[in-house]
Design a protein around this ligand. Sequence first.
Ligand code: NAG
Ligand code: NAG
Ligand code: NAG
Length: 399
Amino acid sequence: MHITKAMASFIHWLPFLLILAVAHRPHVPKTFNVLSYGALPDRKTDNSKAFLRAWKDACERDGGGRVWIPRGRFMLGSVVFVGPCKGPVDFIIRGMLDASSDPSTFFVDHWICFKYVDRLIVRGGGYLLGNGGSAWRFNDCATNSRCKPLPVTMRFDFVTNSKVNHIHSIDSKNAHFNLFACHNMNMSHIHILAPATSPNTDGIHIGSSTKIKIQNSVISTGDDCISMIAGSQDILVSNVQCGPGHGFSIGSLGGSHNEEHVNHITIQNSTLTGTQNGLRIKTWAPSPPSLASDITFEDIIMENVNNPIFIDQQYCPQPPCNGQAQSNVQIKNVTFRKVHGTSSSKIAVKMQCSKHVPCEGVNLVNINLEYRGPEGHVASSCLNVKGKSYGLQNPSGCL
Ligand SMILES: *[C@@H]1O[C@H](CO)[C@@H](O)[C@H](O)[C@H]1NC(C)=O
Ligand SMILES: *[C@@H]1O[C@H](CO)[C@@H](O)[C@H](O)[C@H]1NC(C)=O
Ligand SMILES: *[C@@H]1O[C@H](CO)[C@@H](O)[C@H](O)[C@H]1NC(C)=O
């Protein structure tokens, strides 16, 4: 074949033309609005498909993307937003998301789940409406022996280097937020609300996760405001208002063999109002060996809290456990510093540690808890605890 001069020149420039063509490919927009995927804010249509397609496009966009949920009320079924993604993803909730109130959809472990995502940001000031009122009767194991677990409102599984800011969660069916196997997550301005009587509605439940920060948040719920179980390490809680609820809880620990340890937990500058417990560490009785250490509670204000300072190594709400058996979870290096306010029960400081592995290195520093009820003076009750007290001690006599 005879190659003309023009053709030769074209062949010579072809690679450059291709590069130009690629560079000028229409820019993929960064924002993926669920409305463009057919989502309908009519409170009835299940928008799962539209949300999942918007997520997929944001997640697969080179350099990252943004899922946009505008104002309006969107009914949403159970969904998993899976990574890994090709860049950071912002998930912006401006509107309200409604969970299903149809019992046939209840028995799954999540409503909204993010899984295997790095550099996720969930924000936007929007609302997660769990519609728990339609479901709580199914998982109240105290009154229903055939209780079944209900969906957690928002689950994070294997999510890393991420943030959750300015999100409201109302009436979750089970826990509001659950973090499992997460690393480096900062949560702030989280508003959690459910009735004091709603069963198992932990505010934020953390397990097997490291470097987690929860700040500037308000939690009113029916179970623990924040609970941290096995594998919770390097956790900071600061400026959180809790109540009603069951307080801040480390545990229950020792529920299974070879549990991951719990360490470096700090809860500071927070208030508890009308809660069932304040600062609690609990381990099952009996329980196999494990360790919870380097735990600091400081600058805490309590108002009318039932068990303000409580280490319970005989935790056994109902059989088959045995409250008389010993726990083998070692609790070590725990400081309560500047804990002030009022107790609604006479025993404001209660530490029931294990006879097998007594608590070690427990420090009580400037404790001032008053009791104004009919049972007389505020008191403490401490068993198998080694430690020291410094400064003001009211009640006194524990260490
Ligand atoms: C969380 O906050 C700490 C500073 O307090 C910062 O070092 C870390 O990078 C933050 N993580 C994320 C994912 O923003
Ligand atoms: C402690 O909390 C109060 C509000 O509850 C806030 O104004 C203050 O800045 C916080 N201090 C620190 C050191 O975080
Ligand atoms: C006790 O725990 C604190 C953190 O809460 C840590 O800074 C300190 O080094 C620990 N002390 C010992 C003796 O392990």
